[in-house]
Design a protein around this ligand. Sequence first.
Ligand code: ADP
Ligand code: MG
Length: 467
Amino acid sequence: MMKKKELIPVELSLFEDLIKDTNNLFSQVSLDGIITYVSPTILNILGYDQKNLINTSAFNIIHPDDHQAIHSFCTNITEPLTFRIRRKIGDYIWLETSCIMVNHHEYIFISHDITERKVYEEELREEKEKYRLLIENSEDTIGIITNTGFFIDINQAGKRLLGASRKEEIIGNSLLDYIVQEDHELLCQYLSNPTQPMEDPLEVSIQRVDFLQKNVEVKLIPLYYKKRYTYQIIIRDITNKKEAEQMLQQAEKLSIVGQLAAGIAHEIRNPLTAIKGFAQLLNNMGQKEYTDVILTELNRIEKIVSDLLVLAKPQLSNFQTIDLQELIDSVVTLLNTQAIIYNIEITSLFQLANPLVEAEEDKLKQVFINMIKNAIEAMPDGGNIRIITKENSENQVVIQIIDEGVGIPEERISKIGEPFFSTKETGTGLGFMICQRIIKNHRGSIQIESEVNQGTVITIILPQNIK
Ligand code: ADP
Ligand code: MG
């Protein structure tokens, strides 16, 4: 120690006690960066000898990336500077340094080794970044809401789910702004009661500003954040899962219907053959007026039975060019007899005359029979059924069947077309579903518009076979 003391320059001898504190690292550097003194504590930490450093440029051992910072620091010594310095074994340590200028020609640096703190800070930063990425890249919406339900933060997935382009559009809004009214109560139960643990996520529907609805699962986890009682919120989009579930259900039902239809059709076919045989026998015996009627009716039943079989297995299709006007006229003639009984008049208007479509005649007939029958059944007190055939801007044929019947309440419209959905005592609830199938096979579509007690408009759109 005594020996080294001799090396301490004049200015630093004043701080002798400070120098002995191993936490303080002293050095003295000339204005042009030449080291004139280093304290033993520095030598200790860096592993160099005096002779390695004295009279060499400090920049030799300062990390190249920190040179600029050192230059600016020396011209404006206000805040302590952190920089890296190379040890003899080749690695860098972090120093935090304050600087004093003495006699206008030298700097005294007083430094602390802050490597441990830096490493810890870096680890913390990496850890923080890791979690940030985990949250930002999560497929689920993750956010923080106040205990009254207002968004404080939300991740990328949340932005997408709620249909915002920037986080700021959501932050400050209430979660309830995005949830359909019916589900508010369910959520509020939890929001107002942070001590109530949420075991299973809540299934609610989200209503976005663009009116898109989504089925989601919401989980709220109480969180003490920035000295406030908040919730971490996790929202999982289960719309696709729900749709898949529903499709599966529908597919399952359809397969049952198919099997059922096949069974029924076979059951009916055998007695039909026998009845037809006897009717023909009676015909030969001279009861023509009656047997003709019986035979015509039997033929019709036979056809319907065959149509029912379509559901069970796809049959060889027999598509041909059909004149829709002729087809509709024949269906109207058929159903007029029934309509008259109910005091109903069926009129058809062809704004587009003799439109041609590629179709299976029987199937298409079945569709119109079904639709007109539904219209008749919707008008127990009589009225008018209008059938309008026209063309849309895409050259498709549009056929509208317009009745003045009981109508369909809005919430029920989506149910129509589901197998077995019927409001009639003797209804099967299969008609609409079969029609939808047939029209879909013809690359067309069916729409329903209805107003209770005003009537219903069924719109069928079919691709036109341009003449
Ligand atoms: P079904 O006629 O055997 O009941 P459908 O599938 O043909 O079966 O029709 C399903 C249901 O849709 C009907 O029971 C009825 O409630 C409703 N519906 C269909 N068409 C009309 C219409 N034109 N007016 C009012 N309700 C209708
Ligand atoms: Mg029907």
